[in-house]
Design a protein around this ligand. Structure first.
Ligand code: PSV
Ligand code: MN
Length: 384
C-alpha cells in the first residue's frame, strides 16, 4: 500500500471530554462556546472530522455523556458524518469509590461498580460501539491500607464478569496507570499487570496504552512492540506528558517518541482499521482553545505516521542484518527528519479537504458561532 493510501485509511478517535471544560485540581478556566450536551460535543467532533478527514469517531464517557436515547445520539452523529466510538466507564467520581471501585474491600461497592461496567456494555449495544475502555482509579495511599493480593482477586473477578457480558463483536480495553489518584500503589499500575489480566480473560480483553501513564524514561515503543507480538494491543490513548499524566496535546512534548511508536505500528502492519487497534486521543485542553487543539493533535499523529511510513524497511533490515548500527539508525532518522507537510497537504487536496485544516478552522467562523450560540445552560466539564 502506498504511503498516501495508508494515510487516507488512518482513523483517529477524538474524546468527547476533550471538547468540554477541564482543568487542574487548582482551577478550571472555563472557555466560551464549550458544548453543553453530548450532542454539541458531537457537533464539534464532526467539525474536526470534516476538516481532517481522519477522525470519524468520537469516544463517550459515561455518565458524563449520559442521554435518554443512545440510538438517537448515534443517529445524530451519523447525520453529521461521524460515529460513536469507545465507551469509557467512570467508576471514580462517586463518594462510594473513596477506597476503590472494583477492588473496594466492601462487596456492595464492588457490586455497584460492576453494575456500572455492565451498564456501559448495555450502552455499547445501543450505540454500536465495539470497545469498552476501563480505567480504574483504584489503589492505595499507604502501605497496609488494604491487602494488595486480595485486591487483585477482586479485580480479576470484576473483569471476568464484565468480559462475559460482552457480545461477540465487543472488546474490553484495560488501561494501566502507574500512579494518581493513588500514590502508594495502583491496582493496575503497568502494562505487565494489564497484560496478565487480559491473558487470563482471553481474546476479548486487550491492553490500552495511554502514553501519559508511564514513569519518565519508559520506552513505550518496546511495550507497543511486545503487545503487538502477543496480539494484546487493543488501543492507544494518545497525549503528551512532561511530568505526570499531563494530558497535553499528543506530539507536543516528544514528537520523536510518537514517531518511534508509529514505526512499531507500521512495522507490524497494524495501522489499518482491519488490524483492530483503536488510535484514540485522551487529552484535556485547559488553556488552549479545544477544537483547534484537537485538530492540531490529529495532525500531529498524522505527521508522525507519515514519517513512520517513509522508513525504508528494506534498507533498515539490511543494515540490521549486517550489524550496521549507525546505518540502521540513519534509516530511521532519515524518515524522521523528512518534512512530510507537503505530502500531507497534497493528500488532503486529493481527499477534497483544505490542505491546512488549522487555517480552515480559523476561517470557518465556527469558533465565533459557538460562542454566539452556546449561551445559557451548563458547559460540559469534569466538575474538577
Ligand atoms: C485518567 O488518568 C484518565 O485520563 C484515563 O486515562 C482515562 O482514559 C481517562 O481519564 C478517561 O477516564
Ligand atoms: Mn487514558
Amino acid at each position: 500500500m502506498s504511503v498516501k493510501d495508508a494515510l487516507r485509511e488512518q482513523r483517529i478517535e477524538t474524546p468527547s471530554w476533550a471538547y468540554g471544560n477541564s482543568g487542574t485540581r487548582f482551577k478550571v478556566f472555563a472557555q466560551q462556546g464549550v458544548p453543553r450536551t453530548p450532542y454539541e460535543k458531537i457537533d464539534d467532533a464532526a467539525v474536526v472530522h470534516r476538516l481532517t478527514g481522519v477522525a470519524p469517531t468520537v469516544a463517550l464517557h459515561i455518565p458524563w455523556d449520559k442521554v435518554d436515547d443512545y440510538g438517537k445520539l448515534a443517529s445524530y452523529a451519523r447525520d453529521r458524518g461521524v460515529a460513536l466510538g469507545a465507551i469509557n466507564s467512570n467508576v471514580f467520581q462517586d463518594d462510594d469509590y473513596k477506597l476503590g471501585s472494583v477492588c473496594h474491600p466492601d462487596a456492595a461497592v464492588r457490586r455497584k461498580a460492576i453494575g456500572h461496567l455492565l451498564e456501559c456494555v448495555d450502552i455499547m449495544d445501543q450505540t454500536g460501539s465495539r470497545d469498552l475502555k476501563l480505567w480504574f482509579a483504584d489503589g492505595l495511599n499507604y502501605p497496609g491500607q488494604d491487602n494488595i493480593r486480595a485486591r487483585q482477586d477482586r479485580l480479576a473477578e470484576a473483569l471476568r464478569e464484565t468480559c462475559e457480558r460482552l457480545g461477540a463483536d465487543q472488546r474490553m480495553l484495560l488501561e494501566y496507570k502507574f500512579f494518581e489518584p493513588a500514590f502508594y500503589t495502583t491496582d493496575v499500575p503497568d502494562w505487565g499487570t494489564a497484560y496478565a489480566h487480559c491473558l487470563q480473560l482471553g481474546e476479548k480483553a486487550q491492553v490500552v496504552i495511554d502514553t501519559g501513564h508511564h514513569a519518565p524514561g519508559t520506552n513505550i515503543e518496546f511495550i507497543v512492540s511486545f503487545l503487538l507480538r502477543a496480539n494484546k494491543l487493543g488501543a492507544f490513548d494518545f497525549n503528551s506528558r512532561f511530568y505526570a499524566d499531563d494530558d497535553l496535546m499528543v506530539g507536543a512534548a516528544d514528537p520523536f517518541q510518537l514517531f518511534r511508536i508509529m514505526h512499531e505500528i507500521v512495522l507490524a502492519d497494524a495501522l489499518t482499521p482491519a488490524a483492530g487497534i483503536a488510535f484514540m486521543l485522551d487529552q484535556c485542553h485547559n488553556l488552549e482553545p479545544k477544537i483547534p487543539a484537537i485538530i492540531r493533535s490529529v495532525l500531529n499523529v498524522q505527521e508522525a505516521t507519515a514519517k513512520a511510513l517513509l522508513v525504508d524497511h528494506e534498507a533498515l533490515a539490511q543494515a540490521q542484518q549486517e550489524g550496521d548500527v549507525l546505518g540502521a539508525n540513519a534509516v530511521l532518522m532519515d524518515a524522521y527528519n523528512t518534512d512530510v507537510r507537503p505530502l500531507l497537504r497534497e493528500l488532503r487536496e486529493e481527499m477534497g479537504l483544505d490542505p491546512d485544516p488549522m487555517a480552515a478552522y480559523r476561517r470557518s467562523g465556527y469558533a465565533e458561532q459557538i460562542v454566539r450560540e452556546r449561551v445559557g445552560g451548563d458547559a460540559a466539564g469534569w466538575g474538577a
